[in-house]
Design a protein around this ligand. Structure first.
Ligand SMILES: [Zn+2]
Length: 163
């Protein structure tokens, strides 16, 4: 979840959200519709190359919308080789996703999670760890309060309680 640099990133100790934060018009309704597609994080039992491509295609649509909303020209890539039996089920395997500021590319790894995507998108906006965590979790919470409440704390992140 870093930004590709060598400096130690400063993470908040627990997840932080700001319920007064505002977002670009249309983003919340778009995400609420988008999540109803087959964009759920991949699971090992249901994993196939085709499935991961299908899910990634959902992220390409989402990313195009987010870039238009926030005026970014960032590209998005998926690291297919990161999805396998060895990486699966490890805490936050999608947490090896990162934003490469030199290439201006978001690279998604592991099971493809929406919170991770939003976090890396925040880095693409030029934000540090604390702002990226706060923005991504606040947006997710606003869109999906029940799903957010069901997540467990995992260091500065949130993850599904039971895998
Ligand atoms: Zn990060």
């Amino acid at each position: 979840m870093g930004t590709g640099g060598f400096k130690m990133a400063i993470y908040p100790k627990t997840p932080i959200t700001d319920d007064t934060m505002t977002f670009k018009e249309g983003v919340i309704p778009f995400l609420r519709v988008w999540v109803k597609q087959e964009a759920k994080p991949l699971r090992l039992g249901a994993y196939s190359l085709q499935r991961s491509i299908d899910v990634f295609n959902c992220y390409i649509q989402l990313h195009a919308f987010m870039c238009a909303s926030y005026g970014l020209k960032t590209t998005i890539e998926m690291q297919i080789q990161s999805i396998n039996k060895d990486t699966w089920g490890k805490p936050l395997s999608s947490g090896s996703s990162y934003y490469d500021s030199h290439r201006n590319v978001i690279v998604l790894c592991g099971s493809l999670s929406l919170i991770t995507y939003l976090h890396e998108f925040a880095h693409a906006r030029g934000w540090d760890e604390i702002k990226a965590v706060r923005w991504s979790l606040s947006l997710f919470k606003r869109c999906f309060p029940k799903m957010y409440a069901a997540l467990g704390d995992y260091q500065h992140c949130k993850k599904r309680k039971v895998e």
